[in-house]
Design a protein around this ligand. Structure first.
Ligand code: ADP
Length: 401
């Protein structure tokens, strides 16, 4: 046996009675007799061993490249090299090949240290009967590792694909809604002109048809503007600042003041924290939820309560109302673009508000959902990540009466 690598011995005839598993090994061993004993121990337990025996780094590297082994069995101490050095070479080459130390003597402390550094296991030369089982386990673990790695790679590839297709869709929605605005403006303007100029001059049907066309064009304009607003959520590179949600609620209350007064809504909000986000987007979330709480009111005037509490590394916000409630089977659908549960004649709207809330909240790594379903009102909940600058302040109460 030489340091440039000799081939390991084949199994003897009497050892070939059990079913054989072929095993490509790379033995790092300077003692020919020990190498033969290692091969014999493996042969005895059903392995058909093939591969090189080397005793220095150069030969190790050469053999590794010529025919990569399934397993490396390395003596701990060699005259000119060390078994653990082989591990460094494997790492440098980016190879996940188990390395088992086969040594005459290896203290427990050293053995533990070697395993800590990455050796798969160790076997003493006077206990070679253990070797086949150790090899089998190492190969099994390696197989499981590679399956796991493949699954992780598949998952990462799918996530990337999904992100790409989402980005494409978003781009499509943006371009479509943006570019459709101009021709639609023409249709709306001219149908309106027709209505103004020719009302009562043609027949009754003509007036009706022009009215339908004009209404349709206006509705489509609103839908397209909503879609554009929705697709802009992801495009906007808003500046992140610390925003006091109490102040945001003050603003929302102002914006909705006429519907608050008209419905006699009572709104409570207390000790809301500050969040780190884009101001307009946070206001949009609160406004959409508050607007819905007022719009989907029951017989009683709306009572709306906005609260927040710390939960782990996030703020959990809730917007609870005493309105008409939502049946559990619609709890997820209502967050889908243009999805509504009522006719427009019953409650006005386009079904974009909650989809926008979801997109904004998810943009900041949060989640949004609805609870307390049925006829006892609805509670919308959403999370926003906690920042060290988040702080609590003031308690307010506002009534529209
Ligand atoms: P829109 O309000 O324009 O219909 P949204 O996306 O804001 O669109 O809401 C989707 C649907 O979810 C609504 O049509 C309504 O059926 C339901 N919904 C939303 N908020 C409430 C609420 N507070 N109470 C009852 N139903 C609600």
């Amino acid at each position: 046996m030489t340091s440039t690598g000799s081939h390991v011995a084949k199994a003897s005839a009497d050892e070939q009675t059990t079913p054989r598993t072929s095993l490509r090994t790379l033995l790092v061993e300077d003692n020919a007799l020990d190498a033969a004993l290692v091969v014999r121990a493996l042969n005895k337990d059903g392995f058909e061993v093939a591969g090189d025996v080397v005793q220095d780094e150069k030969a190790f590297r050469r053999s590794l490249r010529a025919s990569p082994p399934e397993i490396v069995l390395a003596d701990y101490n060699l005259p000119t090299w060390k078994g653990m050095e082989a591990l460094k070479v494997l790492r440098a080459e980016g190879l996940d090949i188990p390395l088992i130390l086969v040594s005459g003597a290896l203290g427990d402390v050293t053995a533990v240290e070697c395993i800590r550094q990455g050796a798969t296991d160790y076997v003493l030369k006077d206990g070679l009967a253990r070797l086949p089982e150790v090899v089998r386990r190492a190969l099994r673990e390696k197989h499981e590792r590679s399956l796991r790695l493949r699954a992780e790679q598949d998952l990462a590839a799918k996530a990337e694909e999904l992100a790409r297709s989402n980005a494409d869709l978003e781009q499509f929605a943006y371009v479509a809604s943006h570019d459709l605005q101009e021709p639609l403006r023409m249709v709306a303007a001219y149908t309106q002109l027709l209505a103004e100029r020719y009302r009562g001059k043609l027949d009754e049907n003509a007036d009706k048809f022009i009215g339908y066309a004009s209404e349709g064009a206006q509705r489509m304009q609103v839908l397209i503007q909503d879609l554009l607003a929705f697709s802009r959520v992801g495009r906007k590179e808003g500046t992140l600042v610390s925003i006091d949600c109490n102040a945001v609620m003050d603003g929302v209350r102002q914006t909705l003041s006429s519907s608050i007064q008209e419905s006699g809504a009572v709104i409570h909000y207390a000790n809301l924290p500050s969040v780190w986000a884009d101001r307009t987007q946070v206001a949009q979330v609160f406004q959409n939820l508050m607007g819905n709480a007022i719009k989907f009111r029951g017989k009683e005037p709306p009572v709306i309560s906005v609260q927040a509490q710390k939960e782990g590394q996030q703020w959990l916000f809730s917007v609870a109302d005493n309105g008409i409630g939502i049946a559990p089977e619609y709890a997820e659908n209502i967050f889908v673009v243009f999805h509504r549960l009522h006719a427009r004649t019953e409650y006005p709207g386009n079904g974009i508000g909650l989809a926008i809330c979801k997109k904004i909240v998810e943009r900041y790594g949060g989640k949004i959902w609805v609870e307390s379903l049925g006829c006892g009102g609805s509670t919308f909940k959403f999370t926003m990540p906690l920042r060290s600058s988040d702080a609590s302040s003031g308690t307010r109460e506002e009534t529209g009466q």
